[in-house]
Each structure stands twice: as C-alpha cells, then as structure tokens.
Design a protein around this ligand. Structure first.
Ligand code: RVP
Length: 485
C-alpha cells in the first residue's frame, strides 16, 4: 500500500559522527554560536522553560556561564517580570539598590546597618540624595572605641571620589587603585547619588569571563510565552527579556502561527517559535521567526509520542528544519532528548545552532525545588510541563485543556519524575561543553559553523550501539558524564 511506503526517521542513537582528519585540540574548539538572529551565546546551551528547571537562579547562572536560561511560564505575569529583573540586576556593574548613610546618624547605627545589609561601606547622602561623603568600616572603628554619640558627618571621608553613569569597569577600577578605595559612588551632574560601583562587584564579574550580556551589560535572559499571550510577551519585553520563546507542543498549528506573528509584531525582543519537527513547519514560519525550536516528543519526561502517536525522531527533525532555516539564515535550537554530551554535539551536526536541555540540568542546585532523599539517595523533582501536576499549577495551554480544576479533564503528555541530585550547574555544563568540544576535535572543526559544514554521520546498528556504551564490565565508580541509560 502507498500508505506503508514510509520514510525512515532517525534519532541520536541511530547515528555517530564520522571521525575525520584533525588538528583541532578539544580545548581550542570555539563553541560560540547563536540562539536567535540577534542573540549570540558563548556556549550553545539553553536550560528548558520548565517549572522544575528554569527560574531566575538558573537563568543567572546559565548566562554567567555563557549560555541562556529560559524562564518557564507557570507563573503570574508580575512574578515573571520580577524574575526577569532579578536576572538583569545580577552582576550589575552599577549597583542601584545602594545602602546609604545619613550624616546625622551615629557611627554605631551605621555600623549595625552595614553589618545587617552585608556591606563594608556606604555613601553618605542628605535627604535629597546629594552625596556628602562616604563611610566605611575603617572610618568607623576608631570612633566606636570612643563612644556612641559621634555622628557620621564627623567620621566620614568628605572628599569623595565619584564617577558618572558612563564610567566603564576599567575606568572605575583605575580610580580605585589610584585613590586606594573600594567604592565609587555614581552621581548625576547635580552630585546626586544614582548608584555605586564596588571593587568586589568588579572582581566578581571578572570570574565570569564567558558571561552573555546585553548592550547595557546586563545578563541575558529568555522567557517562555504562550502563543496567545500577547500581554505577557509585551510585559517580558518591557522588563528586558532578550528572547521570547513561543512555548507550544505543536507550533505548526495555524492559530499558533497567527498568535506568534502577532507577538512578533508587538515586541522588540527576538522571537523564537516552536516546537516543530518538519520542513513544512519551518517553511510556514521562517519569514518572521528569529529562531526555530525543534522537538516533537523527544523529551525525557514527554509522552506525546505514545499518547498521541505523533512525533519525529530528533536527528531527522533537526536536519529537516535546519535545511529550510539555513536558507533564510534563521538559527535552530534542538530541544529535548539530550542525555549525553554526544547527543548535544550530534544535534549541532544535524544543523542546530544551540541545544536546550531539561533533564540534564534538573538535578542541579540552581534548578527550583528541594532535594529529596529516597532510600538514602538524593534527588530533585523533575516533571513535564504537560504532566497533570504542572498543568494544574499553571494555565497549561501548552497542552490545551478546558477546565483546569478537573483532574479527569487532563490528557497529559508528560510525567512527573525525579532526577539524581547533581551539584552545581557549572560542573554539569563543564562536562556537557567539554564533551561537545571533544566531538569537534574528532571531526576536525574549530568553530560551530565549520563543524556543521564538515561533520558527517554514519548509521549505527543496534550491535554498534551496544558497543558504544560501557559493556561487559561492572562499573565500579561513577563517571561525571556517563550513566548507562
Ligand atoms: P529533556 O531535556 O529530554 O528532559 O527534554 C526537555 C524538553 O521536553 C523541554 O524543553 C520541552 O520541549 C519538552 N517538554 C517539557 N514538558 C514536556 C511534557 O510534559 N511533555 N515536554
């Protein structure tokens, strides 16, 4: 029958990268890439928009490490705005929420206040915010010995070194060295306080040399929005979101595309549309999308394929979408099903520019949720956004249902689960990216674009698959990047 003449579709375990002549050492492989037309990443990795994976804590750490966190949308719009602002405020060069002292306070009061707020010094301002001086623990100490009636105005340093808004980190640091100070108040042209730069803040930023920042030097963040949530999209955009992700299990739905188009017209942030898994779906949105996200059913907690009987194995899905996207210079994100670093780099070989992971990061400290102990082993909760639990605690229109209160109404396409506790995101990412760089070394490509060009797949049999895993041994020590599936 015609109907049974079906094309084959492949996934991660069906293929391997063909090793090629190389002079590329993994450490030298450059993994800079793009997530959308206007947003570059230093590490081509995103954390999934799931309520057990990405809130501000995860997003902050992802951006610091060079990737991008995508905030989930199981939260009210005002909470989402707060979360975006939290990411934007983290690692700020100029601190806005400055602890200040008043000239009439006693040194003892200021000492207690600085202790409570965890700062080592404070600009002294009058009631209008004009900078009169600066006071630090060093200024206070001798006064504390004498008595507690001394006023800040006597103890403070009144020749304050200040800078303007436009100051760079380097200039601020030079001022600090030159004047042997640790804090530089930022003032406007009337000498009114607008912020503060600290030595500690600058040094902390230096630790994150790979951090991904926007034009204003704030960490970048992605936000998931429903295809019909124009209001949420506008709010996220205004709060400073860099990329909006239309969050939909089947974006090749004409209503969804209409909604996504409307959102794209209402915001200035990039808009990534997904998920899709075919050429035709890509064709239907390349004209307006700033990025395409691929994945119909590959997720570890996803049951879409068994529940609906529909889906597309991920390697085929990525390459189909990428063929179309590349012609229009639209970046592609491979979302779901990545268990090992090898799967991630195979995704790039198939044509993706970046990868999105849920399960891989769900066990880290930065993921929301508590560590639970089951039979002496530590776990963190991890659930599909189409699971009953997640749908009940959100508006759940990724997997459209009528009455959110009625359990029986749900036809879930996801499960609720747990992942072994993993420690820091930084160490997980180190393994993931290190493995991807190894893949680039085996193929002999020094950059992501070169790797996409040069990589080739070979087809693997089930015998080949078995050979690829640890076999015929009893594993005695856990490897940081491998556990037998
Ligand atoms: P994984 O990394 O394999 O855990 O997959 C994560 C991805 O699974 C998410 O980014 C999302 O696309 C998809 N997902 C999330 N919830 C569900 C579901 O309930 N079916 N699927």
């Amino acid at each position: 029958s015609e109907k049974l003449r079906v094309p084959e579709a492949l996934t991660f375990d069906d293929v391997l990268l063909r090793p090629k002549e190389s002079r590329v050492e993994p450490d030298d492989a450059d993994v800079t890439s793009r997530v959308s037309k206007n947003v570059e990443l230093n590490v081509p990795v995103l954390s999934a928009a799931m309520d057990t994976v990405t809130e501000s804590e995860m997003a902050i750490e992802m951006a610091r490490q060079g990737g991008l966190g995508v905030l989930h949308r199981n939260m009210d719009v005002n909470v989402m705005v707060d979360e975006v602002e939290r990411v934007k405020r983290a690692d700020e060069l100029i601190i806005r929420d400055v602890v200040t002292a008043n000239p009439g306070q006693t040194v003892r009061e200021v000492d207690a206040m600085m202790e409570r707020r965890g700062v080592g010094g404070a600009p002294v301002v009058d009631d209008d915010g004009e900078v009169l001086g600066i006071i630090s623990g060093t200024d206070i100490r001798p006064y504390l010995e004498v008595g507690d009636s001394d006023e800040v105005r006597e103890a403070m340093t009144d020749e304050v070194i200040t800078a303007e808004e436009s100051v760079t980190a380097r200039e601020a640091l030079e001022l600090m060295y030159e004047h042997k100070i640790e804090r530089v108040p930022i003032v406007d042209d009337g000498d009114y306080l607008t912020g503060l730069i600290t030595m500690q803040g600058i040094l902390q930023r230096r630790e994150y040399g790979d951090a991904v920042r926007d034009e204003d030097d704030h960490l970048r963040v992605g936000v998931a929005v429903g295809p019909f949530e124009t209001d949420r999209s506008v709010a996220a955009d205004e709060a400073g979101a860099d990329v909006l992700f239309i969050d939909c299990a089947h974006a090749h739905n004409l209503n969804v595309i209409d909604g996504a188009r409307e959102i794209k017209e209402s915001v200035s942030a990039d808009v990534v549309v997904g998920n899709i898994g075919t050429e035709e779906a890509a064709e239907a949105m390349v004209d307006f999308a700033d990025g395409l996200k691929v994945g119909i059913g590959p997720g570890s907690i996803c049951t879409t394929r068994v529940v609906s009987g529909s889906g597309m194995p991920q390697i085929t899905a990525i390459s189909q979408v990428a063929d179309v996207a590349a012609e229009h210079d639209v970046p592609v994100i491979a979302d779901g099903g990545i268990r090992y670093s090898g799967d991630a780099i195979k995704s790039i070989a198939a044509g993706a520019d970046a990868v999105m992971l849920g399960s891989y990061f769900a066990g880290t400290d930065e993921a929301p949720g508590r560590v639970i102990t089951i039979e002496g082993k530590k776990y963190k909760q991890y659930r599909g956004m189409g699971s009953v639990g997640a749908m009940k605690s959100g508006d759940g229109d990724r997997y459209l249902k009528d009455d959110p209160e009625d359990d029986e109404e749900y036809v879930p396409e996801g499960v609720e689960a747990a992942k072994p506790y993993k420690g820091t995101l930084e160490s997980e990412l180190h393994q993931l990216v290190g493995g991807m760089q190894s893949g680039m070394g085996y193929v002999g490509a020094e950059t992501i674009p070169a790797f996409k060009e040069r990589s080739e797949f070979v087809r693997v049999s089930s015998a080949g698959q078995t050979e690829g895993h640890a076999h015929d041994v009893m594993i005695t020590d856990e490897a940081p990047n491998y556990s037998p599936g």
